[in-house]
Design a protein around this ligand. Structure first.
Ligand code: KG4
Length: 337
């Protein structure tokens, strides 16, 4: 079954043709360079660029897969969560295409597709497992009970881990999206040079809180500047990265132990973080857990992961009609369409 999958939830317009977990083509048109000018994603610009790019991106995905549009068996699309104007471009395009081809329309939850990025490269991976899902807008610890049933056991009470990385990086003068620059800069820094808070959520051991840490970093930088000095950027980057990783690691490992999971999966843009991968690999090896994470090329937004998840959603009977709408927010465990 060949699925044409479409992703437009944030600042990448992407399309892919997939067959089960196999990727026949994957095209990503990134808008990052344009949003860089503003230090973050401008929703109105994102919607316009999606509208301009979507036809060409889908055409290329079909061509590169070596099949004509007539060879597509279903159309899948990210319908939530994300920037509403951006999502609507993908959803309306997918609805039009499904109608024109007279093929099923499969709505896919963005965060579920981030988890499914792992299925593409790990043929042996199957639920149940525990997943740390960390991106620019979300930080969750999720039980994947099967391919389409999830239970959230931990979540951020304020900012996402990616937001904490991006805002800390921006305050240190790094370009958007800062997470990857902060990660690289941290490699040469000394994490003990700065003492940063380690926020915890009382009574909810799996939940996260990152906003206090973000504020502490911004204050540290401003205080140094007010005294006519400057922070040591590699050292502060290393300290922030270590703190964020402390929280992600400790909560995930506690949840795995308490809930008796032997398989841990990382997903989302922040799963590209080199310290997170290193430390999680060491900790899982020591605990005897199997650890899976996507290659860097599949950590960010793409449509191949949408196609991989769509395969399981379709098998579960999750298809939508022409009434499908986009939603800016939607919990991973309560998907509706
Ligand atoms: O999953 P994603 O591509 O988009 C969302 O759906 O949010 O995640 C983007 C986030 C950004 O905050 C970006 O800075 C962060 O992932 N990120 C990283 C790294 N690479 C990307 N954060 C830390 N270390 C990295 N190496």
């Amino acid at each position: 079954m060949k699925i044409l999958a479409i992703e437009s939830s944030c600042d990448e317009t992407a399309a892919a043709v997939t067959e089960g977990r196999r990727v026949l083509s994957s095209v990503v048109a990134s808008q990052v360079e344009e949003h860089k000018l503003y230090g973050g994603v401008v929703p109105e610009i994102a919607s316009r660029r999606h509208a301009e790019a979507i036809t060409g991106v889908c055409r290329r995905a079909v061509e590169e897969a070596g099949c004509a549009l007539a060879g597509i068996d279903a159309v899948a699309v990210t319908h939530a969560p994300g920037l509403i104007g951006a999502l609507l471009v993908g959803v309306n395009f997918a609805k039009g295409l499904a109608l024109r081809l007279d093929k099923p329309l499969i709505p896919v939850h963005h965060l579920r597709s981030h988890i499914a990025a792992n299925y593409i490269v790990h043929p042996d991976l199957q639920p149940p497992f525990l997943c740390l899902l960390v991106s620019g807008g979300n930080s969750l610890i999720v039980e994947a009970l099967d391919y389409v049933r999830f239970r959230v056991v931990g979540r951020t009470r304020d900012d996402a881990a990616g937001e904490c990385f991006d805002k800390s990086a921006r305050a240190m003068g790094m370009p958007y999206p800062g997470g990857v620059h902060l990660d690289k800069t941290a490699e040469t820094g000394d994490p003990t040079a700065y003492s940063l808070p380690r926020p915890a959520v009382e009574g909810s051991p799996y939940d996260f809180s990152f906003s206090g840490l973000k504020t502490a970093v911004v204050n540290l930088i401003h205080n140094a500047e007010q005294k006519g000095g400057r922070v040591n950027v590699p050292d502060l980057s290393a300290a922030v990265r270590q703190r964020v990783c402390d929280m992600l690691l400790e909560n995930t490992l506690l949840a795995a132990r308490t809930l008796s999971y032997k398989t841990v999966v990382l997903a989302g843009g922040v799963s590209a973080n080199s310290e997170l991968r290193r430390r999680m690999a060491d900790a899982c090896e020591q605990a005897g857990y199997a650890l899976y994470y996507p290659p860097l090329s599949l950590c960010g937004d793409n449509a191949a992961m949408v196609g991989a998840q769509a395969y399981y959603e379709y098998a579960a009977g999750h298809t939508a009609g022409q009434g499908l709408n986009a939603a800016a927010t939607m919990p991973i465990d309560e998907v509706s369409f």
